[in-house]
Design a protein around this ligand. Structure first.
Ligand code: HEM
Length: 556
């Protein structure tokens, strides 16, 4: 059982446990003990009597105190009902299991998963939970669920704010330039995949290819093209994968991790911190960061507006220089400690930007392979928007061109909405928070059940359960968050990298479609972890059949 100091348990079970303890104390047979004292201890009688009386008063006081606490806490009955969802159902049919529990006992329920109590809310309370960051904290919830709580004190509580700033300041304003830098990687990797499938006559492992492609692109973004080589790329990939494992992304799939979550955490962390983070990331990538930023002088970010920065510097610099400027001292230098912190932020960038985007890209391409009727219109649009395209594929695809590919964008938004997100966005209570008719005790994890929001008739109309990309033809874009659309979260902490994520998914999809038609071997894919569809990619083997020209028929 986890200790109350970790804050992982709600208050009420602890109170009940202590009340039980008091009840058993109250039955202590004080009188028989007194009579059993030997006669020779008669002169000690007053001491013993006094001690026992004090003890009895102490117990009474405790009972009184507990009682008054309980009666003060007349709210106890307002805690949400605790529902037992059998493990088998929770991990194999989570959507149905949680939805029916909420339907029966909702709108908020408590459920134990992997030894931890979690509160789940339905679509009617979702907005309140995600938008009220004072009572439902993104930072506490995310740090805890990703096993990254130790980073909060290290950064004086600013880890997530720093990560957000790194992306909103260092990536989004220069996305046009980034697309120009990384599109060649997407084009080359797509060609490699198509060639591999054609030569072998078999399907390819799409996730492995896309993971490598995005790792390479993010290495260019983070450290610059001049730092891309086989070793650095391999370490970047392994780092992204290791952190994904450490944060528990594959935990649902392992019976050992489900049965012994704490032991699993310790073993996995020790192994991967040692093998990958220290031995690879710190040995290979950190020296590059050191070399890039320690020898330079920067204009500190807080003294520079984007206009004051040299135009070349703000658009061409790799992300690591932007982060360095976040920590530059008045002399324009980055201290040793700050360099280590910059390395930690680059590490976190690799994690947030590679794994999940690759996993979701697989969803989009697999869905397109299953719904081939959408391919001709997307290809047609590509030939209109692409800056340069010929029979060898796309030669140039700018950010502006990708932004204008709205038919593909509608398809992506619909895949995001319908792919079956469940417990994908999290918050933790910062106090005992009233929610609906209930109270959620302080320091507890709380999740909206995203599938209910994504298929809500109130928000999406009668056809909410159908796959209908056309409804987004006039917008909103797939990167636009809203209360009916949660793949990127909601509120002030909504994913700051979502525009880059969608842009990358479009690049890989279009680079494949320009010269091939995707098809899943055996005609279907398999959802590897239905409780974590955004982070664990679906399984399947992808055949890529080359096309001769964009007007080639698509075999449905
Ligand atoms: C398809 C890919 C992606 C998905 C589905 C996704 C989803 C999410 C979600 C659900 C959150 C939490 C939001 C909340 O709780 O309200 C989040 C946070 C975050 N995401 Fe993403 N994300 C993706 C790609 C990216 C990329 C490419 C980057 C970086 C360039 C990024 C950077 C971040 C950061 C830094 C946070 C932490 C929140 C913050 O500091 O504001 N994400 N993401």
């Amino acid at each position: 059982m986890e200790s109350s100091s970790t804050g992982l348990l709600p208050r009420f079970p602890i109170q009940l446990a202590v009340t039980d303890l008091c009840a058993s104390y109250s039955k202590t047979p004080l009188l028989p003990i007194f009579h059993a004292l030997p006669a020779r201890s008669g002169h000690q009688l007053p001491i013993v009597t006094g001690t026992l009386t004090l003890f009895a008063i102490f117990l009474l006081f405790i009972r009184q105190w507990k009682g008054s606490k309980l009666s003060n806490n007349s709210q106890a009955h307002r805690y949400p009902p605790m529902i037992d969802i059998p493990e088998e159902e929770m991990f194999t049919r989570p959507q149905e299991a949680y939805e029916s529990a909420l339907l029966k006992h909702g709108p908020v329920i408590g459920v134990r998963r992997k030894g931890r109590l979690e509160y789940i809310v339905d679509e009617n309370l979702t907005k309140e939970v995600l938008a009220n960051d004072r009572d439902f904290s993104f930072e506490h919830g995310t740090a805890r669920i990703l096993n990254l709580w130790f980073l909060m004190p290290l950064s004086k509580g600013k880890f997530f704010k720093n990560s957000q700033m790194m992306v909103t300041g260092g990536i989004i304003p220069r996305i046009d330039k980034i697309v120009d830098q990384i599109f060649p990687t997407f084009k080359d990797r797509a060609k490699e995949m198509i060639d591999e499938s054609q030569l072998s006559g078999k399907g390819v492992d799409l996730f492995a290819h896309v993971h490598r492609c995005i790792a390479e692109a993010m290495l260019i973004v983070a450290l610059g093209k001049h730092n891309v080589n086989d070793l650095n790329l391999q370490v970047t990939e392994e780092t992204a994968h290791a952190i994904a494992v450490m944060t528990g992304i594959y935990q649902n799939a392992s019976p050992f991790a489900r049965a012994y979550p704490t032991l699993w955490k310790v073993v996995t962390w020790v192994r991967l911190v040692w093998e990958v983070i220290i031995f690879k990331y710190f040995r290979v990538i950190v020296p590059i960061i050191w070399k890039e930023i320690r020898g330079r002088k920067y204009q500190p970010l807080h003294t520079s507006t984007p206009n004051k920065l040299d135009e070349q510097e703000s658009h061409d610099e790799p992300l690591v220089h932007y982060i360095a400027r976040m920590y530059t001292n008045d002399q324009g230098r980055v201290s040793i400690l700050s360099t280590l912190w910059v390395s930690t932020l680059v590490l976190s960038f690799i994690f947030v930007s590679v794994h999940q985007t690759a996993a979701v890209a697989v969803w989009v391409v697999f869905e397109l392979s299953m719904r081939k009727e959408y391919i001709p219109a997307i290809r047609e649009e590509l030939s209109v928007v692409a800056d340069s395209i010929d029979n060898d594929g796309i030669q140039r695809l700018s950010y502006e061109a990708l932004r204008r590919s709205t038919t593909l964008d509608s398809f992506i938004r619909e895949v995001f909405r319908t792919k079956g997100d469940t417990l994908s966005v999290i918050r933790a209570t910062t106090r005992d928070v009233p929610l609906g008719e209930h109270i959620i005790p302080k320091d507890n994890l709380i999740y909206p059940l995203a599938s209910l929001t994504h298929r809500s008739r109130r928000m999406h109309g009668e056809g909410a359960s159908e796959f209908n990309p056309g409804q987004w033809a006039e917008g909103p874009a797939s990167s636009t968050v809203g209360q009916g659309y949660l793949p990127f979260g909601f509120g002030r902490w909504a994913c700051p990298g979502r525009i880059l994520a969608v842009t990358e998914i479009k690049m890989i999809t279009l680079a494949l479609l320009a010269t091939s038609t995707p098809e899943i071997e055996g005609g279907k894919y398999f959802v590897a972890d239905p409780l974590n569809v955004t982070s664990v990619p679906p399984l399947g083997s992808l055949l890529l059949r080359p096309i001769k020209s964009k007007s080639d028929p698509v075999h449905l």
